[in-house]
Design a protein around this ligand. Structure first.
Ligand code: GDP
Length: 322
């Protein structure tokens, strides 16, 4: 068995220790979970000093090309960048975003970058739960720009929004949202929409698409802190990348000024805790011997309309207290 990575090594920015620590938090074994929680608690005071950015878009929109280009840009500004890719592991999601060794080739060679896929699975806390903890470890190791990448077709976006400060949606030139495979709700989550591939013959179309999304976004209600921006870029040519970074910095400045930046993170943590309480309660209920024994009969009573769902739920809780 491998030794548990030390908090000091992570805080010193040791990438091997960081990689091992992430493996530890991803582990499903009970003893690893305890060690992971100890480690996370030890580094927790040293987390938070980053900007967390979610990046999503359908397969082929140019996410890895964008991250390569954007990542290099922020590194050139003196930042250290971590990329956590959430693998939807779903057959409908257009294939795994992991396992593709050629992704972000240049970035992965940079000392200032750390790239790590995050497995999904049915673990406690859902798809992106491990990503939250990995993100904290990256911050403790001194990475101050964190990108959380998802394929923008599934459920994981809602969870990613719950762990990032800024959510960026990449789009292709042309086509409506439906054609782009983007679910309606995702537009409402976006702090910025970026039409990628605004180069060559596609540039004009990208401009039209940008106008379309400006219109669409102006109809949505985004609250009074931030008006989402709609931009375009060419990840391939590197144009428009600096404005995107400037927009994110501007967002940070405004949110700090209005006091909503820290508040949003505090709210995210509370929501995360509440979700965990729900899940832990449900798990412990399902494991309770009396509940396990009686559940088939109680479920049958609900199916056959002999008992209301509420009465049945109360009966289950009553059993767990006994
Ligand atoms: P992902 O599946 O979202 O990660 O997309 P990739 O980054 O793998 O890009 C898909 C394809 O689009 C690749 O062939 C890229 O070279 C190409 N691509 C990505 N960004 C751009 C861009 O800005 N302009 C052009 N013309 N092609 C791009």
């Amino acid at each position: 068995m491998q030794s548990t990575p030390k908090a000091e090594a992570i805080l010193a920015g040791d990438r091997r220790a960081l990689a091992k620590a992430i493996t530890l938090v991803e582990s499903q074994r009970a003893e690893d979970r305890a060690a992971a929680q100890n480690l996370l608690n030890a580094v927790l005071p040293h987390t938070g000093a980053s900007i967390r950015v979610g990046v999503t878009g359908v397969p082929g929109v140019g996410k890895s090309t964008f991250i390569e280009s954007f990542g290099q840009h922020v590194i050139d500004q003196g930042h250290r960048l971590a990329v956590l890719a959430v693998d939807p592991s779903s057959p409908v999601a257009g294939g795994s975003i992991l396992g593709d060794k050629t992704r972000m080739e240049k970035l992965s060679r940079s000392e200032a970058a750390f790239i790590r896929p995050s497995p999904a699975g049915r673990a406690l806390g859902g798809v992106a739960f491990k990503t939250r903890e990995s993100l904290l470890l990256c911050e403790a190791a001194g990475f101050d720009v964190i990108l959380v990448e998802t394929v923008g077709v599934g459920q994981s976006e809602h969870q990613v929004v719950g762990m990032v400060d800024f959510f960026l949606l990449l789009m292709l030139p042309g086509g409506g949202d439906e054609l782009q495979g983007i679910k309606k709700g995702i537009l409402e989550l976006a702090d910025a929409i970026v039409v990628n591939k605004a180069d060559g013959e596609s540039e004009t179309l990208a401009r039209i698409t940008q106008q379309h999304y400006r219109g669409a976004m102006s109809l949505l209600n985004h609250g009074d802190v931030w008006e989402p921006s709609v931009m375009m870029c060419s990840a391939l040519k590197g144009t428009g990348i600096d404005s995107i970074w400037q927009t994110i910095c501007e967002y940070r400045r405004i949110a700090d000024e209005k006091g909503t930046f820290d508040q949003a993170r505090a709210d995210q943590n509370l929501a995360w805790m509440r979700q965990l309480i729900d899940e832990l309660l449900r798990t412990s209920l399902a494991q309770h011997p009396a509940v396990r024994a009686a559940l088939p009969e109680i479920e049958a009573a609900v199916i056959n309309a002999r008992q209301t769902p509420l009465a049945a739920a109360e009966a289950v809780l009553e059993l767990s207290r006994g």
